[in-house]
Write a protein that binds this ligand. Structure first.
Ligand code: PLP
Length: 365
């Protein structure tokens, strides 16, 4: 029996993939499975997404891309976070497409003289990685003239997509259009261009171009609080209650005795701590779901465990009962994010340490 599990509902991922495909019509869907599929397992997620209509996959690193290929994913895979100092031979041999985020990256690919599919990442205002406008012409020309390189398109990333009306979105969209036009005017064919992440893909149909790169929504999380696209969260993080024990009014629990019982009652000890991804600063914000009821986590978060106040334990919580940290039967990842001052993206990347990932559903179509 595993004490702490991240349970992944593959049917939810299948449903989300089909839902997003339905929303974007004939635009291509690149599913983003970086960071181990936002904590859901990149390979398992990619396989179910591929079966349900994802056209391509996006990851950050070369290692992530190679793992997909080695796991049998044969649809296009784009990796956009690599260094010109790295060995790119293995990724290229496996047909991984590389993002080109700077002039130095373009020169490396030209000098490598190895056939490769590449996509130019242009900076349109995020000012993170991406070719600066001053270098666009040189990069486009270098790539155009390298016979061993196939340029699939141009892509860019939005800074404020989770605020659909933010003026920066339109400014970046204009710059993106300028990059595509410039590439074409220099004779570079750029057939598949992409700017939208989840929030933009769902709220700005005018910015979708030929492809969208959707991450968080694939896992059932709304990228803009308050919207509802009928997505189903795929992850539940749950532990088995270890111990239920009484506490007397005035007694404290956990390090520092930072919480004391106001009345006689019961505590449940839950085996998930900061070494497993429950940060200490969730103290006082987390409510754990047990038997369909919510109970406050109390006192300090320890390395291996947290303590939950059951009050009078009127619903009879017992050892081995499931204690949901987030997901079905507890707080949603989005709710927990709001309560702890972060975003649902970060919450689903939390389960680590002694967490065992398990899968349910996912019968291949
Ligand atoms: C370049 C790029 N494209 C797409 C995505 C997917 O974003 P989201 O999870 O909001 O869909 C990310 C994730 O941060 C990214 O870095």
């Amino acid at each position: 029996m595993d004490l702490l599990t991240a349970r992944i509902d593959l049917d939810a991922i299948a449903h989300n993939t089909r839902t997003i495909k339905g929303l974007i019509g004939d635009v291509r869907l690149m599913a983003v499975v970086k960071a181990d599929g936002y904590g859901h397992g990149a390979l398992e997620a990619a396989r179910i997404m591929a079966d349900n209509g994802a056209d391509a996959f996006g990851v950050a690193t070369l290692r992530e891309a190679v793992a997909l290929r080695e796991g049998g994913v044969d649809k296009p895979v784009l990796a956009w976070l690599w260094s010109p100092e790295q060995d790119i031979a293995e990724a290229l041999a496996l047909g991984v497409e590389l993002g080109v985020p700077s002039l130095a990256h373009a020169r490396t690919l030209v000098d490598a003289a190895v056939p490769a599919r590449v996509c130019v990442k242009v900076d349109t205002g995020l000012h993170r990685s991406g070719v600066d406008e001053a270098d666009w012409d040189e990069v486009f020309t270098l790539l155009r003239d390298a016979d061993h390189l196939t340029v699939t398109g141009v892509f860019s990333h939005l800074a404020c997509a989770d605020e659909p009306e933010h003026p920066a979105n339109d400014a970046q969209a204009t710059a993106f259009g300028r990059a595509i036009a410039r590439a074409r005017s220099l004779g570079l064919d750029v057939p598949v261009n992409h700017l939208c992440n989840s929030p933009a893909a769902l709220t700005r149909p005018d910015l979708r171009h030929e492809q969208v790169r959707v991450g968080v929504a694939m896992y059932g999380l709304e990228p803009v609080p308050g919207l509802n696209h009928g997505l189903r969260p795929a992850m539940t993080w749950a532990a088995s209650v270890l111990v239920v024990k009484p506490i007397t009014a005035g007694e404290g629990t956990s390090y520092g005795l930072t919480w004391t019982a106001g009345e006689d009652g019961y505590l449940a000890v839950v085996p998930a701590g900061y070494a497993d991804g429950v940060p200490r600063n969730w103290q006082g914000h987390l409510e754990v779901g047990i038997g369909g009821k919510r109970y406050p986590q109390v006192g300090r978060v320890c390395m291996d465990q947290i303590v939950v106040s059951l009050g009078a334990n009127e619903f009879g919580v017992q050892p081995d009962d499931e204690a949901v940290i987030f997901g079905e039967g507890g707080m949603s990842a989005t709710e927990l994010a709001a309560a702890t001052g972060t975003i649902n993206y970060e919450v689903v990347c939390r389960p680590t340490g002694r967490t065992v990932r398990t899968y349910e559903g996912g019968v291949h179509l």
